[in-house]
Design a protein around this ligand. Structure first.
Ligand code: PEP
Ligand code: MG
Length: 576
């Protein structure tokens, strides 16, 4: 039995195919001065061959996986066409008198180092893209054949790591599961497995050393476990677990068009999706989202040299609003700062960026940025149901000042004769403890609250949400967090307003019953979590949920709360 990271749920049992990693022997000899041109020619030919291969793989990926998934190959193409990269390799060949393969290896490793040392988890994983392209160029230089991923029978793939080009070449109907030595939950293997809806376990360290082609394996993507050549008892047990899991997913799929109503029909809540770009709408609808509870607009501002124009923003917002109509879309205004910086905005170096010049604070200092965004949202609002949400509000004054900018934007549009939704709802994220404590004061000034637990937990418990050394202290079920949430919901209801939640806790099945029982009105989460949360809500009665919430609020530590939730869930046949 090998233990790794559960990267994609489900259970697979089958024959193993081990992906061998070819030995790559780089020629590190010094070359003669007059050999440099020949090396540069080799390099150019390898680049041309790599481009051709990537183009073919991309075409195949588009057919098999769809345009969105195939987009990763655009990143590969960009590397192959990047003049800085190409010139750097050629300069190295000339000045250091080394072979083309040696030069590529040096330059690529340098980029991989830079990416892997970045704080951002996403950028870290992008190091894999660069390495993938680099390996391809080197293999083409050395004439090493690329592995065949065409399978004639069903297989479980076990590899050191799977690159995007590996997975794109597979005939997926024969692939039962992935298990890799490397990788985390955001690695390519993991993302690919989730989008293919096949089980995956990653980070197994040395699985490839322990298996051979034709061995029998069990991949348990729910628990993050892989068995190699298991005995009869374990095989039998897993045949049953696999059937149960398939049945469970089938039932979840049938919930897609049903409402999130409790079994006693006494309470219905809204289940919405968090999205980052218009591309995410598809997944939201497929999982039965009844709206978008958080549209993070930061991506519109990132990876570019200047602020996005009103027109660009308007187009993106309109696309989301139209595609989701008549469902409500909550568009959050720019939440930049903290770990997300914009190079063109001249943002200060800060000792505590998460407590610094960010989000609404920055927008109120640069109201022209906020106004452009609000004008774009207002213009798009006539195409469906949009709502505006301000991030990182700490007190009353910020809401009033942001609303003053909104008023100006509305007056401008009116004067220009441009239509917009005059009654557009305006809410705030409650993600700073001060806002949660004075929720009764703020409720009078807004139409709704959405609790941002990702930040609320980090600020309440003083636990950096990105710091892996203290991640065990990051506890959504901490009594202080639960009391704040309860306070916010109650304050909004007393003022006749509603409260949603768009932090990760909204999709955390340990918290579902408690939040439902506390009276949370809307749960917004990653689209793929919606079916399981809906299942819990539809299985519970409102009475039971209220009792679970009350009990949780009376307890003095998270462990007791988890034990109680586990007991209650098991009693209604929902094992945790
Ligand atoms: C939050 O803080 O809970 C939230 C949803 O916002 P973000 O994760 O974008 O900070
Ligand atoms: Mg936040």
């Amino acid at each position: 039995m090998l233990k790794g990271v559960a990267a994609s749920p489900g259970i697979a049992i089958g024959k193993v195919h081990v992906v061998k990693s070819h030995q790559i022997n780089i020629n590190t000899e010094v070359i003669a001065q007059d050999d440099t041109d020949a090396q540069i020619k080799r390099f150019d030919e390898a680049i041309a061959a790599s481009k051709l291969q990537i183009m073919q793989i991309k075409e195949k990926a588009e057919k098999e996986l769809g345009t969105d998934e195939a987009r990763i190959f655009d990143a590969h193409f960009m590397v192959l066409e990047d003049p800085v990269f190409l010139d750097e390799v050629k300069a190295k060949i000339k000045t250091e008198l080394i072979t083309a393969d040696n030069a590529v290896s040096h330059v690529v490793n340098n980029y991989v180092d830079i990416f892997s040392n970045m704080d951002d988890e996403y950028m870290k994983e992008r190091a894999a893209d660069v390495k993938d392209v680099g390996d391809r160029i080197i293999k083409n230089l050395l004439g090493i054949p690329t592995e065949s991923f065409f399978f004639s029978e069903e297989v479980i793939i076990i590899a050191r790591d799977l690159t995007p080009s590996d997975t794109a070449q597979m005939n997926k109907d024969k692939v039962l599961a992935f298990a890799t030595d490397m990788g985390g939950r955001t690695s390519h293997t993991a993302i690919m497995a989730r989008s293919l809806e096949i089980p995956a376990v990653v980070g197994l360290v040395n699985a490839t050393d322990k298996v051979q082609d034709g061995d029998i394996a069990i991949v348990d993507g729910n628990k993050g476990i892989v068995y190699i050549n298991p005995d009869e008892t374990i095989l039998k047990e897993y045949e049953k677990l696999k059937q149960d899991y398939l049945e469970y997913r089938k039932n979840l799929r049938e919930l897609k068009d049903l409402t999130a109503e409790t079994r006693d029909k006494l309470r219905t809540v809204e289940l919405a999706a968090n999205i980052g770009t218009p591309r995410d709408v598809k997944g939201a609808l497929e999982n039965g989202a009844e709206g978008v509870g958080l549209y993070r607009t930061e991506f519109l501002y990132m990876d570019r040299d200047e602020l996005p124009t009103e027109e660009e923003q308007y187009k993106a917002y309109r696309e989301v609003i139209e595609k989701m109509a008549p469902r409500p879309i909550i568009i959050r205004t720019l939440d930049i700062g903290g770990d997300k910086k914009l190079p063109y905005l001249d943002m200060p170096e800060e000792l505590n960026p998460f407590l610094g010049w960010r989000a609404i604070r920055m927008c109120l200092d640069r109201p022209e940025i906020l106004k452009t965004q609000l004008r774009a949202i207002l213009r798009a609002s006539v195409y469906g149901k949009a709502k505006i949400m301000y991030p990182m509000v700490s007190g009353l004054e910020e809401i009033r000042r942001a609303n003053a900018v909104l008023k100006e934007a509305k007056e401008e549009l009116k004067a220009e004769g441009i239509p917009f939704d005059e009654n557009i709802e305006v809410g705030i994220m409650v993600e700073i403890p001060s806002a949660a404590v004075i929720a009764d004061i703020l409720a009078k000034e807004v139409d709704f609250f959405s609790i941002g637990t990702n930040d609320l937990i980090q600020y309440t418990l003083a636990v950096d949400r990105m710091n892996e050394h203290i991640s065990h202290l990051y506890e959504p079920l901490h009594p202080a967090v639960l009391r704040l949430i309860k306070n916010v919901i109650d304050a909004s209801h007393r003022a006749g307003k509603w409260t949603g939640m768009c932090g990760e806790m909204a999709g955390d099945t340990w918290a579902t019953a408690i939040l439902l029982g506390m009276g949370l009105d809307e749960f917004s989460m990653s689209a793929s979590s919606i079916p399981q949360v809906k299942n819990i809500i539809r299985t519970l009665t409102y009475e039971k949920a209220k009792q679970i919430a009350q009990e949780a609020l009376s307890m003095d530590n998270p462990e007791d709360i988890r034990n109680m939730v586990k007991r209650e869930m098991e009693a209604i046949n929902l094992p945790m």
